[in-house]
Design a protein around this ligand. Structure first.
Ligand code: C5P
Length: 240
């Protein structure tokens, strides 16, 4: 895969015209755009379709987390939208993930359409071990928890996980190179972490084993997004 095929840009904006402006401006560098909760809640599936109409792929980042039937039906709707990838929370449990996998495979076979990649969110990159322990009551370490949820996702037939670059080597070692890792929380060393707690530079995340990296505010909030993106591509190229 080329560097361009590994980059995902998060369209964390609240309206389609701003989203499409970013797509048009950065489409020379980016093939996969991420539609998350904010844009999807504001504009719905038409935002996804307009990005696809421009020949771009969509990562639908809605992090489904509900009872198995609801999650499976949402997964079918995501497959019908023709997204490249979408995600569910691993903590929705194995029954939900197995149902999602079965639903997506059945839909794609029936409709003869490419199957979207299905990823599980392990632990959000905005959370750390303290939050897990003091707020969520998880007593073992963050790494153990990520490993546990990633294993559950693999056993449930999902394609990979969303995880921080800090856990990527452990996940690849434990679950094999073919199990995909999508890594958000990417920050150039000179950029503030915002609300992210487990950050890495793009080059570090790729070196750690990420198959795709999600770029967000470090590019879209930069006064010159093209320049920020070019710098990240250069760092990736030189391993810096
Ligand atoms: O702006 P920033 O680089 O922090 O953006 C990260 C993006 O990745 C956001 O759209 C966020 O919703 C998403 N994300 C994340 N952590 C996850 C899954 C997705 O930060 N575990």
């Amino acid at each position: 895969m080329t560097a361009k095929q590994k980059l995902i840009l998060a369209l964390d904006v609240d309206n389609r015209s701003r989203a499409l402006e970013i797509v048009d401006r950065l489409s020379g560098h980016i093939d996969i755009f991420k539609v998350g909760l904010e844009l999807f809640t504001a504009e719905g599936p038409s935002a996804v379709k307009e990005i696809q109409d421009r020949g771009k792929k969509v990562f639908l980042d809605l992090k489904f987390h509900d009872i198995p039937t609801t999650v499976a039906k949402a997964a079918r709707a995501a497959a019908r939208l023709g997204v490249f990838m979408f995600n569910v929370h691993a903590s929705a449990g194995s029954e939900a993930m197995l149902r999602v996998r079965d639903e997506v495979v059945a839909f794609s076979l029936k409709e003869d359409r490419p199957r979207p990649l299905v990823l599980a969110v392990t632990v959000l990159t905005s959370q750390n071990g303290d939050v897990l322990k003091t707020e969520l009551g998880v007593q073992h370490s963050l790494r153990t928890h990520v490993k546990h949820l990633a294993s559950l996702a693999k056993r449930s037939g999902l394609d990979g996980v969303v995880a921080s670059g800090q856990e990527a080597p452990m996940i690849k070692e434990h679950l094999g190179r073919g199990f995909l890792i999508v890594t958000p929380g990417i920050r150039p060393s000179t950029y503030p972490p915002d609300d992210q707690k487990r950050t890495m530079t793009a080059a570090e995340a790729l070196r750690a084993g990420a198959d795709f990296i999600v770029l967000g505010r470090a590019v879209t909030n930069h006064p010159d997004p093209e320049k920020a993106l070019e710098q990240i591509c250069m760092d990736i190229g030189t391993g810096g």
